[in-house]
Design a protein around this ligand. Structure first.
Ligand code: SF4
Length: 171
């Protein structure tokens, strides 16, 4: 948001109207942390406090993110969470395409179990909140001691894309 004050106004208005207020921290194109300035941090904490009674309290990791601190957690992507791209390949998440980059039809339970125990190199500064939310209870479960499988390189030949709007017009 261009003006951080706008976020606060919107959050207050949402709560007044009986809605739940949530806030997310922007990440870069690798899903990694982009720390907030001090004024933005104050606003962030105020908006977070407004959402204390809702599911948004499960975004606690964002307090670390706002301060530019690393977050300790176990990313279970590739297991609890799958990102399936337009080519039908399974990836850890939208920011880490190519890991493992296997077609969904060939993705076995053993592969899921492997990813559950795979330590993700990008976890400490990750801001992808949906993956953190689905795996919140797994932070207390099994340690991750496997290394990632080699990344699958992107396909050189992309399938021909369907152009929307190129069909026949009204007759
Ligand atoms: S830690 Fe997990 S969710 Fe975050 S960028 Fe890495 S693979 Fe994606």
């Amino acid at each position: 948001m261009k003006d951080p004050e706008d976020a606060l106004k919107i959050a207050h208005r949402a709560v007044e109207l009986g809605f739940t207020s949530t806030v997310g921290i922007i990440h870069d194109n690798n899903g990694q942390l982009k720390p907030l300035g001090s004024h933005e941090q104050e606003i962030f904490e105020e908006v977070m406090a407004l959402g204390k009674r809702s599911f948004s309290r499960f975004n606690e990791f964002q307090h670390n993110m706002a301060r530019g601190r690393e977050h300790k957690w176990r990313c279970r992507s590739g297991s609890r969470y799958l990102y399936i791209c337009e080519d039908g390949l399974v990836h850890w998440c939208s920011q880490q395409r190519g890991y493992p980059g296997i077609p969904l039809a060939e993705y076995t339970p053993e592969m899921r179990h492997r990813e559950y125990s795979t330590k993700k190199f990008c976890a400490a500064q990750c801001t992808v909140s949906c993956v953190q939310q689905v795996g919140i209870l797994d932070n207390w479960r099994d340690p991750q001691n496997l290394q990632p499988m080699p990344m699958t390189p992107p396909a050189t030949q992309q399938a021909e894309l369907v152009q929307i709007g190129q069909g026949r017009g009204p007759t």
